[in-house]
Design a protein around this ligand. Structure first.
Ligand SMILES: Cc1cc2nc3c(=O)[nH]c(=O)nc-3n(C[C@H](O)[C@H](O)[C@H](O)COP(=O)(O)OP(=O)(O)OC[C@H]3O[C@@H](n4cnc5c(N)ncnc54)[C@H](O)[C@@H]3O)c2cc1C
Length: 454
């Protein structure tokens, strides 16, 4: 059996693991730990169900490799769309700036670059979890007041019924960008990392084939296997077909004028259609026609926020996972993929075969420190690269834009070969992101740590 293959064993029955949050990070973490042999895993989710966000998501090979090992990739891939290529275009004219063939990705990394529906990714992860008797879900249950002692404890407030306290051996906070656990942990450690406004917001739009069918140009887009990015000063739109080409998904990024004045902690809101059309007012007529298909009252706007890198993700037997510790701008399409890498690494370092079936708090802390060692630098580098990519895509007239556009021109002249200013499509960046087998790296780092102690 390959060393990274996953299997359930009877070890680990004694270790109680509690997870806050059933987003992509929480679901993948529960699944990774069950596959590693843990038998007592509890997931607490404040929402009453998975609350599927109606939006698409890019499914990069580094995510697919992990999901395949966990046995949930096939179902996701069955309804996802395989990207043949990507086209970067000028938003105002629809003129193509650069074109990159993505067919090489599968041959090089073992998995193609795919795009799919979030509900398909979350639903398949959940279905995988439901097949594991080791995992119990507690929906409508909000976690607060985490105590970071050797046996961590926390309060659970069910939507109905009285609050109660729980204790466990390992507590994993997959509670998203607003993570109350992160806030408590930083307070306890005397650190601070306030959530930062990026000054950017996003519209997320899904159009059906029926809505686009009357317009040959739009029909061509939804029938294609192309990820298209239309760029312009301070804003862009990225779009691709999902759900076997029945839905066209658009995700935008533009200056956050709407939320900036808000004093509450709202991250999503109903946007105004006229404001959206005005924001993309100088984009080409085809894009206007597309945005105009969004029904009034169904414009959904997201506030894009991040925070400065944390000093640590681990305190005693508690660790932060996913957006709780490395929220990112979406410009590399790696947020969920990185949460899933976190989960996979936790599955490796916390495997009962490594830490034993009744690990001491010291052993758990040691394993969590290996998790941080494997994951923190990489995740934070990708957060920075995503921000950098946004800056490059959003350039206005000037020297930097001229340099960028020269690179696009060279890419065109070279038939799609050479550096790509849109980093997610750049072969060197893809090698760094897709070529990384985080589970293998975790095994190697674990072995190194063991031998350095001898
Ligand atoms: C516009 C946009 C486009 C994106 N596109 C991509 C993409 O193409 N590819 C990609 O890989 N990533 C993408 N991402 C990023 C990705 O969506 C996130 O990084 C990812 O979903 C984070 O998962 P998570 O589980 O860490 O957090 P979340 O998904 O936020 O999950 C946190 C969960 O914890 C629950 N929770 C919170 N507090 C509590 C509590 N106190 N008690 C109990 N439960 C709690 C919440 O209800 C939620 O279910 C995109 C993001 C945006 C905004």
């Amino acid at each position: 059996m390959a060393s990274t293959e996953t299997t359930s064993t009877t070890q680990g029955a004694g270790t109680k693991i509690c997870i806050a949050g059933a987003g992509m990070g929480g679901l993948a973490t529960a699944l990774a730990l069950a596959k590693a042999g843990h038998q007592n895993i509890h997931v607490y989710e404040m929402a009453s169900n998975l609350g599927f966000v109606g939006a698409g998501i890019q499914l990069a090979p580094n995510m697919a490799r992990i999901l395949d090992r966990f046995g949930v990739w096939k179902d996701i891939a069955a309804e996802a769309v395989q990207c043949a290529d990507t086209s970067v275009r000028e938003g105002s004219t629809d003129k193509e700036l650069g074109h990159v063939d993505l067919a090489y990705v599968e041959a090089t990394y073992g998995y193609p670059h795919m795009v799919g529906h979030r509900s398909s990714l979350a639903g398949s992860l959940y279905a995988g979890c439901k097949l594991e008797p080791a995992i119990s879900f507690h929906f409508s249950s909000t976690v607060t007041d985490v105590q970071f002692s050797a046996k961590p404890s926390f309060q659970v407030t069910p939507r109905e019924g009285s609050p109660y306290r729980e204790t466990c051996d390992i507590f994993l906070a997959c509670d998203g960008i607003k993570s109350p656990t992160r806030v408590d942990m930083l307070k306890e450690l005397g650190e601070s990392a306030e959530v930062q406004d990026t000054g950017q917001a996003a519209y997320r739009i899904m159009l059906t084939k029926e809505q686009m069918a009357h317009d040959p140009e739009l029909l061509k887009l939804i029938n294609s296997d192309t990820v298209t990015r239309w760029i312009g000063e301070k804003r862009h739109i990225i779009a691709y077909p999902i759900a076997s080409h029945t839905i066209y998904n658009l995700s935008t990024a533009q200056p956050d004028t709407h939320f900036a004045a808000a004093t509450n902690a709202t991250y999503t809101t109903k946007g105004s259609k006229s404001k959206m059309l005005e924001t993309y007012g100088d984009y080409c007529p085809m894009i206007h026609r597309m945005l105009d298909l969004v029904p009034d009252g169904e414009v959904c706007e997201w506030r894009l926020r991040v925070h400065a890198p944390l000093k640590t993700w681990v305190h005693n037997t508690v660790a932060l996972v996913g957006d709780a510790c490395h929220p990112t701008l979406p410009h590399l399409a790696q947020g969920a993929a990185q949460a899933i890498e976190d989960a996979a690494v936790l599955g490796v370092v916390l495997a009962p075969s490594r830490i034993g079936s009744s690990p001491s708090p010291e052993m758990i802390n040691k394993a969590l420190n290996v998790y941080e060692k494997v994951r923190k630098e990489r995740a934070e580098a990708l957060v920075e690269l995503a921000a950098e990519n946004g800056r490059a895509m959003h350039l206005g007239a000037g020297k930097a834009k001229e340099e960028r556009d020269k690179l696009f021109a060279a890419l065109k002249a070279g038939g799609g070969k050479g550096p790509v200013p849109d980093k997610w499509a750049d072969a060197d960046v893809q090698r760094m992101i897709y070529g990384h087998d985080c589970m293998k790296v975790a095994e190697e780092v674990w072995e190194q740590e063991q031998s350095s102690k001898l």
